[in-house]
Design a protein around this ligand. Structure first.
Ligand SMILES: Cc1cc2nc3c(=O)[nH]c(=O)nc-3n(C[C@H](O)[C@H](O)[C@H](O)COP(=O)(O)OP(=O)(O)OC[C@H]3O[C@@H](n4cnc5c(N)ncnc54)[C@H](O)[C@@H]3O)c2cc1C
Length: 278
């Protein structure tokens, strides 16, 4: 199918994009186009105006200090995979990028587009939640808002972004040299969207242990009880309370789906335990 007719504008600044979003009700940002263009083609989405931000100033920025790296949303999955800039997460972001779709999609798809699109099964959604990252949204008059990544999604394809805001950066906390991580997505073919996803970070030097279960049909869920048990005994893979915590976190899910999610989390923890080099 072909998309319904639309106008196209390539903007040079975020401010220009925000002004256009405010002026037109159904205007949409176009980043890598890897999710939006198939939806337009299938007429699952419609827009009279596409605002292409690929060349907007400042969206391929990097600003680092000792504890956080602010990554502009315009970096592609492929650039992250290739290590074009230093990975503040000791390899987690490169690992995640490598597992997204296939190279042609990764060449164009952006980290910001993935987060703003808010598919619950998307890799960056769960990754940024487990990292405790912060998303930076810019609205009218250049006003910026900071939103915790683990509360950015309000539901499937629904975020805290206002209709006239652009996601401009992701502030990713640095992991320490002692940190370890595990990431496991269950899908039928390599590079597919996950059916279930587990992600874990243990950074004793920063007193952080976080576990996320993702690809849940809604926002990723933190599992604080299991994370506390893991922090108390990092070599433990038993984690007796995990199944109960998954039931509480995913009350609407069928038992088989919950088992799949629990398996993804267990495998992420196991991957972390064997990954002593990170
Ligand atoms: C075959 C295939 C397989 C895939 N497999 C995976 C997978 O395994 N894992 C995975 O995570 N993803 C997967 N994807 C999705 C891919 O990661 C996309 O790159 C991503 O979802 C969208 O990024 P984009 O830059 O292309 O955004 P676009 O498609 O351009 O935009 C997506 C949406 O976000 C909005 N948007 C984009 N940028 C901003 C911004 N800065 N501020 C506000 N709104 C914005 C747009 O208006 C649009 O609604 C797959 C895609 C394809 C086609």
């Amino acid at each position: 199918m072909k998309p319904a007719a639309f106008d196209y504008v390539r903007v040079r600044s975020v401010r220009e994009a925000v002004d256009l979003l405010a002026a037109k009700d159904d205007a949409k940002i176009l980043a890598g186009g890897q999710s939006l263009t198939p939806m337009l083609n299938l007429r699952l989405a419609r827009s009279q105006l596409l605002i292409d931000i690929k060349r907007a100033e400042g969206l391929r920025s990097l600003a680092a200090d000792d504890s956080v790296v602010a990554i502009g949303v315009g970096w592609t999955h492929a650039e992250i995979e290739d290590g074009v800039f230093e990975d503040p997460t000791r390899g987690l972001m490169r690992h995640v990028a490598r597992g997204i779709a296939y190279r042609a999609v990764r060449n164009r798809g952006t980290i910001g587009g993935s987060l703003a699109h808010a598919d619950p099964a998307a890799d960056w959604v769960s990754t940024m939640a487990v990292l405790g990252a912060t998303l930076v949204c810019e609205g009218a008059g250049g006003k910026r808002r900071h939103v915790a990544a683990d509360s950015f999604l309000q539901g499937a394809f629904l975020t805290q972004l206002a209709s006239d805001e652009v996601l401009v950066a992701v502030e990713v906390p640095r992991l320490s040299a002692q940190a370890r991580w595990g990431y496991y997505k269950i899908c039928r073919k390599a590079g597919e969207f996950a059916h279930a996803l587990g992600a874990v970070i243990h950074d004793p030097a920063r007193n952080i242990c976080r576990i996320v279960v993702g690809a849940t049909d809604g926002p990723p869920k933190l599992l604080p009880g299991t994370a506390a048990a893991l922090a108390a005994d990092p070599m433990s893979e038993a984690l007796d309370g995990l199944d109960q915590e998954i039931i509480a976190a995913l009350p609407e899910h069928e038992p088989a789906a919950r088992r799949l999610h629990a398996t993804a989390v267990r495998r992420a923890i196991a991957a972390m335990s064997t990954r002593m080099d990170h």
